[in-house]
Design a protein around this ligand. Structure first.
Ligand code: UDP
Length: 452
């Protein structure tokens, strides 16, 4: 009998590849062989960003996503549909090929929980299967409750909210505005419906998973874990190996900002990053630049090459000269390391779940700028429940103005309670991955099962 060999199947997006790779890196250290499946399209992006073929211990392979060279991968609905149609066949072929050529057959599939199709393929082939949920566990509970939400008349069968009052799934979870439900924030109706249907299909598929792992912790989400008893926290994943080279970046990482951070005073720098999807319109981009300028503090700002809607550049005139001695812009930062740097004072964030966990695990207070999907839910955790951040207010034209940015930065940084709570939450959260912590114990049991 060969060694345990896991096929890891992320949803093809940056915020999904990262936590699955973080977990892969840990499993490798426990002597488990990993083959990590990207789409061909993303594999090219990763090698372009690295400037070479990845050469880490995790073996990267790729399969087509069924979209074709010219297809539109930004249409979330069509993209998800294509994944469900094409990937099961591709995955089966891949497993057969590996099993014929590799000394160690695939013994387990670890799928992103949004890729229940990977779980189904493993079940069909009679191999072990587990799934990792890369977002808040409360979102998982919400999605598993879609049939009940429809029965209760909270949403219709297309996912459109019918009730406009706040709801909660249990007395121990936060209240949610149905119009901020993840699928309802996707503007176009067809996409919303496709996504809702795929989620329901996925709910059935993941019933076949033997393990449901979550990048979260009991102290952060006790109420949500009570609603999904099978789900087990193993987070915060980013802290298990913060310096590990993940080799799944879609953009070239600019590590030079770490040297720049070394030169800044402790707790002085505003870190600004919106993850991998968010796009700002030129006016909003300009107001953000003005806000950073007005705040009169050092800042490190991730300006992804594709972040401005329809344009390459929307900086206010003379901006670069005026902030030259205290502002630093990069295309893609080593975010996990940046957030652990003592110079960081606060995090202006779109509140993606990975960013949320990474900020929390480093005791960094937040200024929240959610954009779509689950980001409103995460904002609510940060500001209303954990109280480690503040929300920005938009004006009547739906723009967050420079003055608002300046004033919230001042408010957050002048109130020591935010930092104190953030540090307390960091300690409690990190304790979970220490020897004997609940995440550590869950991960240990999972590894034993993989090896058994
Ligand atoms: N990230 C990074 N460098 C950047 C911006 C983001 O490494 O300059 C990483 C970040 O650490 C996180 C991921 O990209 O792990 C973004 O995931 P998140 O869930 O926050 O947002 P999404 O991109 O899915 O909207």
């Amino acid at each position: 009998m060969g060694n345990p060999h896991i096929l890891v199947v992320p949803f093809p997006a940056q915020g999904h590849a990262i936590p699955l790779m973080e977990l892969s890196q840990i499993l490798i250290k426990h002597g488990i062989k990993i083959t990590f499946v990207n789409t061909e399209f993303n594999h090219k992006r990763i090698t372009n960003a690295l400037g070479k073929e990845p050469e880490g211990q995790v073996r990267l392979v790729s399969i087509p996503d069924g979209i074709g060279a010219e297809g539109n991968r930004n249409h979330l609905g069509k993209f998800t549909e294509a994944c469900w149609k094409f990937m099961p066949g591709e995955l089966k072929q891949l497993i057969e090929k590996i099993n014929q050529t590799d000394d160690d057959e695939i013994t387990c599939v670890l799928a992103d929980m949004t890729m229940g199709l990977g779980v189904e393929v493993a079940a069909e082939l009679g191999i072990k299967r587990a799934a990792l949920w890369p977002a808040a566990t409360l979102l998982l509970a919400l999605i598993l409750n879609i049939p009940k939400l429809i029965d209760d008349g909270v949403i219709d069968e297309n996912g459109t909210p019918l009730k406009h009052e706040m709801i909660r799934l249990s007395p121990d979870t936060l209240t949610m505005n149905p119009s901020n439900f993840m699928w309802a924030t996707i503007e176009d109706f067809t996409t919303q419906k496709i996504i809702l249907d795929c989620m329901q299909k996925n709910n059935i598929a993941i019933e076949k998973a033997e393990w449901l792992l979550c990048n979260s912790t009991y102290n952060l989400e006790a109420g949500a874990f009570a609603l999904v008893p099978k789900a087990l926290p193993i987070g915060p994943l980013s802290e298990l190996d913060i310096l590990g080279n993940l080799e799944v970046n879609f953009w070239a990482e600019d590590g030079s900002c770490l040297k720049w951070l070394n030169l800044q005073p402790p707790r002085s720098v505003i870190y600004v990053a919106f993850g991998s999807f968010t796009i700002l319109n030129p006016t909003q981009f300009q107001e953000l630049a003005l806000g950073l300028e007005l705040s009169n503090k050092p800042f490190l700002w991730v300006v992804r090459p594709d972040i401005i809607e329809g344009k390459d550049d929307a900086y206010p005139e003379g901006f670069h000269n005026r902030v030259a001695d205290r502002g630093r812009m990069v295309g893609w930062a080593p975010q996990r390391v940046v957030l652990s740097h003592p110079s960081i004072a606060c995090f202006i964030s779109h509140c993606g779940w990975n960013s949320t966990m990474e900020g929390l695990s480093n005791g960094v207070p937040f200024l929240c700028w959610p954009y779509f999907g689950d980001q409103f839910l995460n904002e609510s955790y940060i500001c209303d429940i954990w109280k480690v951040g503040l929300k920005f207010e938009k004006d009547e034209s739906e723009i967050i103005r420079g003055e608002e940015i300046k004033s919230k930065v001042e408010k957050l940084l002048s109130d020591e309670n935010f930092k104190a709570r953030a540090l307390e939450l960091k300690e409690k959260t990190i304790d979970n991955i220490k020897e004997g912590g609940s995440s550590e114990q869950n991960l240990k049991s999972f590894i034993e099962w993989v090896k058994s």
